[in-house]
Design a protein around this ligand. Structure first.
Ligand code: NDP
Ligand code: PYC
Length: 345
């Protein structure tokens, strides 16, 4: 959606609340309920603020075309079921996963604090966003959280000939005593599909080992991957095993679709995978010994002690601080496109 940032590009800075309000207007105008618009706008604006560009405003045209195609229900009301002392289920009603999480969140936290651990299984849901926003807030509340979501068939399992898995990210968040939570969020493919689209748009080649063309031959051309080719898992058989685990946890365990089980060809413009999502939340105050947050702080101290300069999540937090200080920079064309989608010009 954005123009490449060269010297001819004029940037405009928006506050988080300005960008959120603009995105909310777009979602509402394209058929979501007010609750869904609020949740998705906050998610997407937060990703842009943190420099998570593959899942920030770049995704807005995809959300809009998906809503227009009738593939997703933008007004779905999630149905939350309290099924066991440590297990919550949500049927997202063919709506987005984030409002389903929001609807079940209080019950999930209550269960995690009383039982020490709780699972949230979301099915019949669409996840088109970064995964870290789903786990990071738990760590700010002193909880440990892990989430997985499957996506759409575009990754060849290690040793196979054809794609089957989704890009299937895993996100983890843990509190620490003296700093922002420890958070990582990674696709189990060698590169996220969104980054392949951005590389194709910018006319860039990919590093080797990311994907194959339509004949199954290695390629560094993002267009060849997008047009009939496929991605590879990261780390060969290891990433492939993790991607398989994500399919099992996010789909088989939730009652959602595997990445290969839905067919959107009768909905031109549909971009959001119709799958499932699993969250596991742990209350570390139930653990033995010194406080978990002190222990995780010690681990960070030791990692820095052996020369580590950058933890996962550090880049986002630096960008977040910069955005809070200077505003969220969008190029003029991107902003004009967003305003047009919001019906502002
Ligand atoms: P990256 O490879 O960019 O980053 C993965 C993780 O590693 C991040 O936590 C990142 O931290 C960290 N990291 C990156 N470089 C370093 C480094 N040099 N040292 C230490 N840590 C580092 O992410 P992906 O491309 O794998 O995924 C991008 C996004 O795509 C994710 O948010 C993911 O959730 C999303 N996605 C969503 C899907 C969906 O179905 N909804 C499907 C697939 C992906 P930092 O953030 O600080 O850079
Ligand atoms: O970047 O791989 C990706 C992705 C899939 C669904 C949403 N994002």
């Amino acid at each position: 959606m954005s123009a490449p940032h060269d010297c001819a590009v004029v940037l405009q800075n928006l506050s988080l609340s300005e960008l959120t309000a603009l995105l909310e207007k777009i979602f509402l105008r394209h058929g979501t309920s007010t609750d869904v618009a609020r949740v998705l706008a906050q998610n997407c604006a937060g990703a842009e603020r943190d420099g998570a560009h593959s899942h920030g405003v770049f995704r807005i045209p995809g959300y809009v075309s998906t809503l227009q195609s009738g593939w997703v229900n933008g007004k779905a009301v999630p149905v939350v079921e309290d099924v066991a002392s440590g297990f919550v289920r949500v049927d997202a009603g063919n709506g987005f996963a984030q409002p389903a999480l929001a609807a079940a969140r209080d019950l999930l936290v209550q269960k995690a604090r009383s039982a020490g651990i709780a699972v949230l299984a979301i099915r019949n849901s669409h996840h088109f966003a970064a995964l870290w926003p789903d786990v990071e807030p738990f760590a700010y509340e002193g909880l440990v959280a892990l989430s997985v979501v499957n996506s759409m068939t575009c990754v060849v399992p290690h040793g196979a000939d054809r794609p089957l898995f989704g890009t299937n990210p895993i996100a983890f968040a843990a509190p620490r005593a003296d700093g922002d939570p420890i958070v990582f969020d990674l696709a189990t493919s060698a590169i996220a599909h969104g980054d392949v689209q951005i590389a194709a748009r910018n006319g860039e080649r990919l590093p080797p080992g990311m994907g194959v063309d339509g004949l199954g031959q290695p390629t560094q051309d993002p267009k060849a991957i997008l047009e009939g080719g496929a991605l590879l898992p990261f780390g060969g058989h290891k990433g492939s095993a993790l991607s398989m685990m994500v399919e099992l946890l996010a789909a088989a365990l939730t009652g959602g679709n595997f990445s290969f089980e839905f067919d959107w060809k009768n909905h031109p413009g549909a971009k959001t995978p119709w799958t499932g999502q699993l969250l596991i939340v742990i209350d570390p105050s139930k653990a033995a010994g010194q406080s978990f947050a002190e222990r995780s702080q010690e681990l960070v101290r030791q990692m820095h002690g052996v020369g580590l300069k950058r933890l996962p999540g550090d880049r986002r937090h630096h960008q977040r601080a910069k955005s809070q200080d200077q505003g969220i920079a969008l190029d003029e064309q991107t902003l004009a496109n967003l305003r047009a989608l919001a019906g502002e010009n």
